[in-house]
Design a binder for this molecule. Structure first.
Ligand code: HEC
Ligand code: HEC
Ligand code: HEC
Ligand code: HEC
Ligand code: HEC
Length: 195
């Protein structure tokens, strides 16, 4: 079970400070001032040319996971324990966005859409970027256990730099799976992946 405790500090030049304690095990400090060693997400003029499918709300990984260094597992909460990594509920977003309205007009517009969905109790219908055919099965937890919690890049590329998620590897090509299984001496029995 996850518990989410949020302490919102003063809003001002110093930035809004939100302290999130997650499951009692990890603490994540967020400010509107990015951490000194983080990369500032770019201001985007033209979003139409971005790779990957357009999402109903312009949620930016480069801002959340890049600039503000939020852990992947804060949102993809079941990636280490289940086949499915998990997609965050609106409640997870609103823990911050009840208070954070956005600075520039693009951010304000997109966060307005998010708050509208929350008020309407309507889940956001994110467009899936990676999907395997029904006959193939991919267990995230087995891979995270073997390859480590930061292995996401191996298959998904550097998501912390992506304003919009796109496919870096062709996961629908069986060769992508087999090449690594061969290198790492993992089973290549058909029935491991196809059932
Ligand atoms: C604040 C919450 C949040 C954080 C933190 C976060 N994500 Fe996400 N992620 C989402 C949401 C919401 C979506 C669905 C919308 C989209 O694709 O942008 C998503 C989608 C994705 C997808 C595409 C899923 C698909 O449909 O195939 C990948 C891959 C992904 N995230 C990887 C990561 C990685 C890797 C990290 C850490 C570096 C991370 N995410 C951090 C919320 C988050
Ligand atoms: C830990 C706090 C936190 C959480 C949780 C969080 N956000 Fe954010 N989000 C931020 C901050 C900080 C910004 C930057 C706001 C600014 O300065 O404009 C931001 C910006 C945004 C923006 C504006 C992006 C742009 O175009 O500039 C959107 C849209 C957004 N978040 C959606 C979401 C969604 C959807 C979720 C849940 C999946 C989520 N956020 C979860 C802190 C958070
Ligand atoms: C070995 C390759 C690999 C690694 C490592 C990996 N993924 Fe994935 N990911 C996939 C594949 C393949 C799919 C499509 C699965 C399917 O359709 O059943 C996927 C799908 C996803 C999705 C979409 C799920 C959905 O329900 O919409 C998210 C989110 C995601 N991965 C996040 C992550 C995160 C976060 C990490 C790191 C903690 C990670 N993945 C590590 C291969 C990988
Ligand atoms: C970067 C390397 C890598 C890639 C790419 C990769 N895997 Fe794996 N996979 C592993 C490792 C390592 C294990 C062993 C985990 C363990 O020992 O539990 C594993 C285990 C598995 C298992 C469990 C095997 C068992 O014996 O029960 C399945 C199923 C699986 N992978 C499917 C896939 C599929 C489907 C893809 C492609 C979409 C894929 N893998 C891509 C490294 C990879
Ligand atoms: C490590 C996981 C893995 C193993 C082992 C594996 N496959 Fe696959 N296979 C996949 C993935 C992933 C796909 C692509 C599914 C998709 O289209 O999304 C695939 C696709 C296929 C397809 C459809 C090809 C096509 O062009 O659409 C066939 C047929 C197939 N596999 C047969 C086999 C046979 C036979 C074996 C054993 C010799 C085997 N696979 C072993 C993961 C695996």
């Amino acid at each position: 079970m996850r518990t989410l405790a949020i302490v919102l500090g003063g809003v001002g030049a110093g930035g809004l400070v939100a302290l999130l304690a997650l499951g009692g095990s990890r603490t994540l400090a967020q400010t509107t001032q990015p951490a000194a060693d983080s990369v500032r997400a770019p201001v985007l003029g033209d979003t139409a040319s971005l790779k990957g499918p357009r999402q109903p709300i312009f949620f930016r990984h480069d801002i959340h996971a890049g600039q503000f260094k939020m852990q992947c597992q804060y949102c993809h909460y079941s990636v280490a324990v289940s086949a499915e990594p998990g997609i965050p509920s609106l409640q997870t977003c609103m823990g911050c966005h009840l208070a954070i309205a956005g600075t520039d007009s693009s951010a304000k517009n997109e966060i307005k859409k998010l708050r509208q969905a929350w008020n309407d109790r309507r889940p956001v219908e994110w467009v899936r970027v990676h999907t395997l055919a029904r006959h193939a099965h991919f267990p995230h937890q087995r891979h995270i256990k073997a390859l480590g919690p930061n292995a996401c890049t191996t298959c998904h590329g550097d998501v912390t730099r992506m304003p919009q998620v796109f496919r870096v590897n062709n996961i629908n090509n069986m060769g992508f799976c087999i090449t690594c299984h061969l290198e790492r001496k993992v089973s290549r029995d058909c029935s491991v992946c196809h059932y």
